[in-house]
Ligand binder design. Structure first.
Ligand code: NDP
Length: 245
């Protein structure tokens, strides 16, 4: 699919990987919609950058993706303002790390609700626009934790593994409507989420075959590739320096 002149929604587009994906899609000529939780200023800044740098339309919307009713309302507002949506990137995610034997119910639920149910909520309320337009691209940002498991991340790994099942089911449900759905499984990427990890950079780098953490832009390139493809659906693309081989 040609990305130019399409309308893209990126959840968690206010910073980190989501901001890089938003800017990449804008650089390819898409109008971009940034969905954020609390970081309004950062989201507005990403939008301002996209408008000034690439001359596209860009707008920020505050919405908790875990809230089914709020996402329904968000989809209605965006449809009213933009008419339709062609691209959805489910990138919003959180961690609440801890060993499973000690983990609170709240920590488990918060991560599953945002990372997994949030993606479902977005697909549930936005895919009808793509189906009607007979054209759509959905990219879900999973994680190598969802492929391999990770001690201290039972909730996070479960949410990210669940996202892969969601991705493949949606890919099968929507293929006949020319809507593809793919997942990306990043490894260690330099963002606020991995700040503590990157402080121990040498140890992390030693565990990664390519010898360094990844950059948000490297995940954004993969997202643009999957969105641009007309014949890839239901796949999980690792962007991880080889760590999950
Ligand atoms: P950041 O913590 O830097 O950013 C998270 C983004 O998600 C923010 O924009 C935040 O918005 C948004 N967000 C969080 N909760 C909600 C919510 N309930 N509703 C709407 N938006 C929400 O994360 P990264 O950029 O590092 O990660 C992005 C994605 O990539 C996540 O899904 C993460 O799990 C995944 N990932 C990251 C890896 C890494 O190494 N960094 C590795 C593998 C996967 P706000 O600014 O308003 O808080």
């Amino acid at each position: 699919m040609q990305i130019k002149s399409k309308i893209a929604v990126v959840t968690g587009g206010s910073r980190g990987i989501g901001a890089a994906i938003t800017k990449k899609l804008a650089s390819l000529g898409a109008d971009v919609i940034v969905v954020y939780a609390a970081g309004q200023e950062a989201a507005e800044e990403v939008c301002r950058f996209c408008r000034e740098q690439y001359g596209v339309r860009a707008a920020a919307y505050g919405c908790d993706v875990a809230d089914f009713a709020a996402v329904k309302q968000l989809a209605a507002e965006i449809k009213k303002e933009f008419g339709t949506v062609h691209i959805l990137v489910n990138n919003a995610g959180v961690t609440r790390d801890g060993l499973a034997v000690m983990m609170s119910e709240a920590s488990y639920d918060a991560v599953l609700d945002t990372n997994l149910k949030g993606a479902f909520n977005m697909i549930r309320h936005f895919s009808s626009m793509m189906i009607r337009g007979r054209e759509g691209r959905i990219v879900d940002i999973s994680s190598v934790s969802g492929l391999m498991g990770n001690p201290g991340q039972a909730n996070y790994a479960a949410s990210k593994a669940g996202l892969i099942g969601l991705t493949k089911s949606i890919a099968k449900e929507l293929a006949s409507k020319n809507v593809t759905c793919n997942a990306i499984a990043p490894g260690f990427i330099e963002t606020a989420m991995t700040k503590e990890v990157s402080d121990k950079e040498a140890a992390v780098a030693a565990a990664i075959p390519l010898g360094r953490m990844g950059k948000p832009e490297e995940v954004a390139d993969a997202a643009a590739f999957l969105i641009g493809s007309d014949y890839i659906t239901g796949t999980v693309l690792r962007v991880d320096g080889g760590i999950a081989m």
